[in-house]
Design a binder for this molecule. Structure first.
Ligand code: 3IO
Length: 337
């Protein structure tokens, strides 16, 4: 009698509990190649998630635009073509009126400080621009510098040069007298090889990761804006996850932002070494007067961001003030002794 009851119980409830312990597979799309920092952080996140869920969650990663590319990442995740995707805010100007504040040249010197500031601002303001998805983490590139075919030792030598960038970074180039050419990073190798652009404006680790040092052995140090990124998940997929899994992912959000920033900063140093050793790379600084002139020239870009954010109903001045105090706080917290 007892045995029969157990058998009935098992037949009725057994399959349910087995089903709920089934492996959850999630696809994660990324636009740049596997060896570049957005994809390196993706693999680290995958490992941590699989470890912390005891293998209950498996992440299938798709680097190099093999599932979604730079231009359709956000839409693709919203529509469910990938469960998770990593996007660069600068590729869709106007779509991220709040978090695009990180694209402004406010003087970060490290990706770790900028990534921490971005995450805190996102958490505080919970901007509507990400309402259609679940944000898993955010991070930024290291500050942008100029990488060129020919030496740029002054703003004068910069005039009229076609330089690849994206989003606000392109506006910064134009304000300094260059000719910006906007395109996502994965399209840049071909543009450089064909001579469509004479250089690019981004963080210096690409000298090594895309081997751009072979085309642009000259660097001009501007320590300008950073490029912000968001890792987002399809909303319905998020809602379908067991609460315990959601908690693991939420606990990883800030930690992953800091990990990525730290990885990025160390990687920039390695890439500068690599470019020097293999391509005789040379870097230039401008004069203090020219740096002061640059600050003056980019000021209208900050003012325009304020106007645009206010048009979108955001407390723009408060956001910018918060960004500046977070910058000061994290820049000193993370500065090397
Ligand atoms: C970037 C984007 C993809 C791969 C490596 C990268 N390093 C810096 C960036 C930021 C950038 O220039 C961009 O286009 O998002």
């Amino acid at each position: 009698m007892m045995k029969k009851l157990l058998l009935v119980l098992f037949l009725v409830f057994g399959p349910c509990s087995l089903a709920s312990a089934e492996t959850i597979r999630l696809s994660y799309a990324n636009f740049p190649p596997a060896n570049t920092f957005p994809s390196v952080q993706m693999e680290r996140w995958k490992e941590e998630v699989e470890l912390r869920t005891n293998g209950r969650v498996k992440i299938d990663t798709y680097p190099g635009g093999s599932l979604l590319g730079a231009r359709n990442m956000f839409r693709g995740v919203i529509q469910g073509q990938a469960d998770i995707g990593n996007l660069s805010m600068s590729y869709q100007p106007g779509v991220f009126p709040m978090t695009s504040v990180l694209e402004l040249p406010v003087g970060f010197t490290s990706a770790k400080a900028a990534s921490a500031a971005l995450w805190d601002l996102y958490e505080k303001y919970q901007p509507r621009e990400f309402d259609q998805v679940k944000v898993l983490t955010m991070f930024t590139s290291a500050p942008s510098n100029l990488m060129t075919r020919q030496p740029v030792r002054s703003l004068d030598e910069f005039r009229g040069l076609e330089i690849r960038a994206s989003g606000t970074a392109s506006r910064i180039l134009d304000s300094l007298g260059a000719v910006s050419v906007s395109m996502p990073m994965p399209e840049t190798p071909e543009a450089l090889q064909r001579g469509m652009v004479k250089g690019l404006f981004s963080s210096l680790e690409v000298l090594m990761d895309f081997n751009f040092a072979a085309y642009t052995p000259y660097q001009t140090m501007l320590n300008s804006q950073v490029y912000p990124f968001a890792v987002v998940m399809n909303r319905n997929k998020w809602n379908s996850l067991p609460r315990e899994v959601q908690i693991v992912l939420e606990e990883l959000g800030r930690e992953q932002a800091l990990w990525t920033g730290e990885y990025m900063d160390a990687h920039v140093d390695k890439a500068i070494e690599y470019a020097r050793e293999n391509y005789d790379a040379q870097s230039f600084e401008l004069t203090p007067d020219e740096y002061a002139l640059i600050e003056e020239r980019v000021r209208p870009i900050i003012d325009d961001w304020i106007k645009e954010a206010e048009r979108n109903g955001l407390p723009a001045r408060e956001i910018l003030a918060d960004l500046e105090s977070l910058r000061d706080y994290y820049e000193s917290e993370f500065s090397s002794p």
